[in-house]
Design a protein around this ligand. Sequence first.
Ligand SMILES: [Ca+2]
Ligand SMILES: [Ca+2]
Length: 177
Amino acid sequence: MIETLQDQTNVSGSDLESFLGLSSGSLTTGGVIEGSAIKQTIVASSGDVLSFSWNFLTDQVPSDSTFNDFAFFSLGNTVSSLADTFTPTTISFSRLAVETGYQTYSYTIPVAGTYTLGFGVVDVGDDAVNSALLIDNVSVKLQAVPESMSSTAVAAAMAFGVCLQTNLRKRSYKRQN
Ligand SMILES: [Ca+2]
Ligand SMILES: [Ca+2]
């Protein structure tokens, strides 16, 4: 569980941007004052599915567009919002007032690489009124490729090989003349 705290975390929006390897301004432009974050390095292949469970909680009741705390995840340089103070629908039995309840998020990673995966929760507009994010079941799994798709891919690769061979033959034919 990560929290923005009722008082100060002493981790500013720009501190969070550097910690997660985000572009300068990617959080502060949206009015982020401070917050908390966690991160992990992941190695993913193209088509791998990142999935996790999350629950956003806040004391900001009623929700407020000026003090609209939010939770997000970041993959590489990209920040994706999970929820803000307008999202929770249920009264929380934790020490915070309301929560979204656990939701599942899945994302197919398009490009293979080593990424920083981050989760954060931030105070917006001021540093007061606590919000929190619970994260569970984080996994990166290879997505099963349907057989029809994989055979199409093989056929495409073979066709490409045939084209390449034909071109090479044409070139060597030209050179001989
Ligand atoms: Ca705070
Ligand atoms: Ca707040």
